[in-house]
Design a protein around this ligand. Structure first.
Ligand code: NOJ
Ligand code: CA
Length: 692
């Protein structure tokens, strides 16, 4: 019997709709008392009945024999202002269904919470405080996402340790996760299932619904991979295990992260979803005055292209006092706030692949790096050094040094740190994306917040909207960044058109755009490596690849050689009052317009994949009363990411809200545009824009 006669409610199924009714969720119990949910969007089924539950380590399954003891609905409609972001104000508008369950044999209680927004659903498990269960170990979470159809998928292989892959676009039936595991994937965890993929996963149905599957608020839990059953086109969650193969350790009361399904029938609208942010807790930082979106340069790309080195043993040490001074001068001259310096500290001689626990102490500079002099010099010049903490994944060691390291930073006037977790996690057996590391990353956010330090994390677990709760968490890597183009086969031209639909759904990315010297044979004549874009597309990425911390990643001399194109990087802001995703298709193109925070200036970024593309759209987002001067940085007519990547044209025109813009992008190309209110002189000097 599903319902015991003692139960107070005899509820069989419950339904909840989103505020405008586009999305509906139905929750019920099977005959065996297995909780199930299904989702439809604009009257089309998106997720067919899918079961929910856990297998616990104590041998008691926590996935059947339930009865519903209560069901409650509630609604929220509120507005909040993020500390920084793509828009000034965010609406949080949903209907909630909370279902209380009791497992009849064990008397254990489980609550399911569904929040239904007009652009998707978040649901999570809550294990209330109760006599029947206290602390427990999850062996498996068995959440199903039963699509029932052979959708097109943009996926990267399942992995416990790395998300630094390019994306595959195939039908679900064609997923073969063994393909992506090559030696260029740093510290990838060996394949655990040929049908496993990671989130954020993007699906497109044959009838044109875009579906992003991810999670929100990953706290004290392991990240979720997904394993596909190709017979039913149903995914089952697969939590990243710990060293002894347990999935997660919890103590009641406990909540899991939200499992998120974002839905749209227009690809561009998926990109403006705020549902993942809305499912995260509000900021835990009260005084936010020290949190500053910013641009940085750094002693960084020169190591990746082999011009200098992190370590001091070779004669090419990059982080010398003289070189850093050069970067400080350049930053001060061109209006950059931060200078990242990697390789400043002792330890780089044997930091990688050695399994050494105590390579770095984070407070001992190399002798040729005069940190006292440089921090005073930066202060004088009105700029800030940005700290680098490569942990070499020796995480217990980092935790031991953390507080001293943050003291050291503050003493030297530093307000931001780039962390890094290259290699296998020490202690051995833990994985980058398991609960143990998730807790570490979150502890770092909390600790740095105490010290008023901003964070850019490399090789962390992929983000889940936690930057709402910890706005000092400016950005992170957690995907295959531009650096792969310096020393590997790199990222295909379509890569940057997929990232916004996948990785960036969880939060900003430190992609490190702005590479002007596209071909690596500039540094090493025998190299065939290159950035797989045109120069103009590198500019457009500052707008399409949202991050409140952006790096101008190339070398000083490469910017000095092209001051006209560099002007765009100087002008483009990193914080916005408004964002309009104009048109987009994953794997093909993205066009976005953003309005600078507190100003009337707009910036447009348009990028394409390996195909040349002409796109036409209206500037109707501009103020109707105003005339603007538009500066367009576009691909030259003969530009091509491979044959001729560095040719571009810069043109100025007068535009208004009624202007129709036509952009032609080269294969692997893009267009970057700044639009500012025009002066009288501008309108006299420049022609009105007309479609050719
Ligand atoms: C990998 C990071 O992504 C990169 O930015 C950094 O330079 C190296 N690790 C060294 O820490
Ligand atoms: Ca394509």
């Amino acid at each position: 019997m599903v319902f015991s006669i003692l139960s107070t409610f005899h509820i069989k199924s419950q339904m909840v709709l989103s505020p405008s009714g586009y999305v509906s969720v139905k929750v019920d119990l099977s005959n065996e008392g297995v909780p199930r949910y299904s989702i439809s969007y604009k009257n089309k089924s998106v997720i067919q009945p899918s079961s929910l539950g856990f297998v616990l380590k104590d041998g008691n399954n926590f996935n059947n024999g339930f009865e519903i003891t209560n069901a409650e609905t509630s609604s929220v409609d509120e507005f909040w202002n993020p500390v920084w972001g793509e828009v000034k104000t965010i609406r949080n508008h949903y209907n909630e269904l909370k279902i209380s369950l009791r497992q009849t044999t064990t008397q254990r209680l489980l609550t399911l919470v569904f929040r239904v927004f007009d652009d998707g659903v978040g649901f999570r498990y809550e294990i209330p405080r109760q006599p029947a269960i206290n602390h427990f170990i999850i062996e498996k979470e068995e959440t199903k996402f039963n699509f029932g159809k052979d959708h097109t998928a943009f996926w990267i292989p399942g992995d416990y340790n790395s998300n630094e892959y390019f994306y595959y676009k195939t039908k679900l039936s064609e997923i073969d996760a063994s393909v992506g595991h090559t030696i260029t994937e740093i510290s990838a965890k060996k394949l655990f299932d040929n049908n496993a993929v990671q989130t954020p996963l993007l699906l497109k149905s044959d009838d044109g619904i875009y579906i992003n599957l991810h999670e929100a608020a990953l706290v004290n839990y392991s990240a979720m991979n997904l394993i596909l059953d190709k017979n039913s086109f149903s995914f089952t969650s697969h939590l990243v295990p710990d060293a002894i193969h347990n999935a997660a350790y919890l103590q009641a009361p406990a909540t899991t992260p939200w499992r998120t399904i974002i839905l749209s029938d227009k690809a561009a609208d998926l990109l403006s979803s705020k549902t993942i942010l809305n499912l995260n807790e509000p900021s835990k930082i009260n005084d936010i005055s020290w949190i500053k979106p910013q641009k940085m340069i750094g002693i960084w790309w020169e190591m990746h292209v082999g011009k200098s080195s992190w370590d001091k043993a070779s004669s090419k040490h990059g982080a010398t006092t003289a070189n850093t001074k050069r970067y400080i001068d350049f930053a001060a001259k061109h209006g950059f706030n931060g200078i990242l310096v990697e390789g400043w500290n002792e330890g780089w001689e044997d930091w990688f692949g050695t399994w050494k626990e105590d390579v770095f102490d984070f407070v001992t500079p190399y002798p040729d790096y005069d940190i006292n002099y440089l921090s005073n010099y930066a202060l004088e010049k009105g700029v800030k050094l940005i700290m680098h903490h490569e942990t070499s994944s020796s995480v217990t060691n980092y935790e031991r040094w953390m507080e001293k390291a943050y003291h050291f930073m503050k003493k030297h006037g530093m307000e931001a740190v780039k962390t890094g977790y290259v290699g296998y996690i020490i202690p051995r057996g833990e994985w980058h994306d398991g609960q143990w590391m998730v807790n570490h990353y979150n502890r770092v956010l909390e600790k740095t917040a105490e010290y008023k330090i901003m964070i850019d994390a490399h090789e962390p677990v992929r983000p889940t909207g936690l930057h709402r709760t910890w706005p000092n968490f400016l950005t992170c890597e957690a995907a295959r960044g531009n650096e792969f183009n310096a020393w590997s086969q790199g990222n295909p031209p379509e890569h940057e058109t997929i990232l916004p639909f996948t990785r960036l759904m969880g939060g900003p990315m430190d992609y490190t755009p702005g590479i002007f010297k596209i071909k690596m044979n500039h540094y090493n004549p025998t190299s065939t490596f290159q950035v797989h874009t045109t120069l103009a597309k590198q500019l457009a990425l500052y707008v399409t690849m949202y991050s409140p911390l952006q790096m101008a990643a190339d070398l000083i001399e490469n910017y000095e050689a092209r001051p006209d194109a560099f002007q765009f990087i100087k002008d483009v802001p990193v914080d916005w009052d408004d964002t309009k995703y104009i048109t987009a298709e994953p794997g093909d193109y993205v066009v976005v317009a953003r309005k600078e925070k507190g100003k009337e200036n707009w910036f447009v970024g348009a990028i394409t994949d390996e195909e040349t593309r002409t796109l036409q759209f209206s500037l109707d987002f501009l103020n109707k009363e105003e005339k603007y001067i538009m500066t367009m940085y576009r691909d030259a007519d003969d530009a091509h990411w491979k044959a001729k990547p560095e040719v571009y044209v810069i043109e100025n025109f007068v535009v208004t809200a009624s202007t129709i813009l036509k952009l032609k992008m080269a294969p692997g190309g893009g267009t970057a545009i700044s639009i500012k209110p025009a002066t009288i002189e501008d309108t006299e000097l420049y022609k009105k824009y007309k479609v050719k």
